[in-house]
Design a protein around this ligand. Structure first.
Ligand SMILES: *Cc1c(COP(=O)(O)O)cnc(C)c1O
Length: 352
């Protein structure tokens, strides 16, 4: 007789979940995950490395926090480092969640992590320009009393920023309803508008999320948040003491200190390529292309599913969003050559 039944110990909300699939489609040209197509040589970064691997990492990641703080001209005590900003989203929801409000479509992790933690989520559709539906958001804040609002701006996967006025309206209303607002600025380095960092000192309910993943260090898993010290104090209660390993701390710090001009050049190149790609895509009248302030471009095309698989056959992988936004595909801005190969393949497939 077998008595052990795994299902009797799995939490009910976990039973209902499917694992989040970060699918790897092996392809020559990878334009699906909003990574930077350029990389700093790891040996250049670690050539003078002095780390004792037998010792635990700095639990407070002080050197890295101070490096980031100096760049942003803020106090390092306003910073928390995460194993990717995904981990910080997790910490934010554990610490403050119930319910969590965010517009859709947006970054999947806000909803995924809420589900894992069995925390109620409220989704508010964006308007036809992918901007915030401010009236609806305001009603939800007042009636549903969320504790936490996530605003990805520039928004993934739509590529636009939300209107500054609307974001500020939400931050103010949230403040008066004791609710935190997280402005997720993962794509800020590619954005032409100023982000919300300067508002941290005025709003005790504001949290900014940033990451090194989209500027060349996706493999490292380093993200950070900036908020008032009181918020930081609460998050640090749930943060695992050694959540960021020594190597990641070292490489992140070294990259920011010694290779930043190089990163900035890469970003400049991506922005240039983004304009070119936008221009070329908008010449194709079988597709509708959306403006972007990020390192990716959203476009709509009939039979998006089919087009996506035909691109994969030619060795080019995009993000197929057609289950989330009708007919939509998202292409990460690659190198000039990658973008040309993508454009060529797309034109061939569309016969234009
Ligand atoms: C990619 C992305 C993140 C996750 O970044 P990591 O630091 O790699 O975990 C967070 N927010 C948005 C909107 C993203 O697109």
């Amino acid at each position: 007789m077998e008595f052990f039944k795994l299902s009797s110990v799995v939490r009910e909300n976990i039973k209902r979940l499917k694992p989040y699939e970060a699918k790897e489609i092996p392809c020559k040209i990878k334009l699906d995950a909003n990574e930077l197509p350029f990389s700093i040589n790891i040996f250049d970064i670690v050539k003078d490395i002095k780390i004792s691997l037998n010792r635990y990492p700095d639990p407070e990641a002080k050197t890295l926090r101070k490096t980031i703080a100096k760049k942003l001209k803020i106090n390092y005590e306003k910073i928390v480092i995460g194993n990717g900003s995904d981990e910080l989203i997790y910490y934010l929801i554990i610490t403050f969640g119930q319910p969590v409000l965010y517009p859709t479509p947006t970054f999947a992790m806000y909803g995924v992590i809420s589900d894992v933690l069995d925390i109620k989520k409220i989704e508010c559709p964006l308007d036809e320009n992918f901007d915030l539906d401010i009236e609806r958001m305001e009603k939800l804040i007042i009636n549903q009393k969320p504790h936490l609002i996530f605003l990805s701006s520039p928004n993934n996967p739509t590529g636009n920023t939300f209107s500054n006025e609307k974001i500020l309206k939400i931050i103010n209303l949230a403040k008066n309803n004791s609710c935190l607002v997280v402005v997720d600025e993962a794509y800020q380095p590619f954005c032409s508008k100023k982000g919300f960092l300067s508002f941290i000192k005025d709003y005790k309910n504001l949290v900014i999320l940033r990451t090194l993943s989209k500027i060349g260090l996706a493999g490292l898993r380093v993200g950070y948040l900036i908020a008032d010290e009181e918020i930081v104090k609460e998050i640090n209660k749930v943060r695992l003491p050694y959540n960021v390993d020594s190597l990641s701390q070292y490489i992140a710090e070294k990259t920011l200190n010694s290779f930043y001009p190089k990163i900035q050049n890469y970003i400049k190149e991506i922005k240039k390529e983004r304009s070119r790609l936008l221009k070329e895509l908008s010449k194709i009248d079988k597709i509708k292309v959306y403006p972007s302030e990020a390192n990716f471009i959203l476009f709509k095309v009939k039979d998006a599913d089919k087009i996506s698989s035909q691109l994969i056959k030619r060795g080019i992988v995009l993000r197929n969003l057609s289950l989330i936004i009708e007919d939509a595909l998202r292409v990460t801005v690659g190198t000039r050559q990658e973008n040309d190969e993508f454009l060529k393949a797309l034109r061939e497939i569309l016969k234009v």
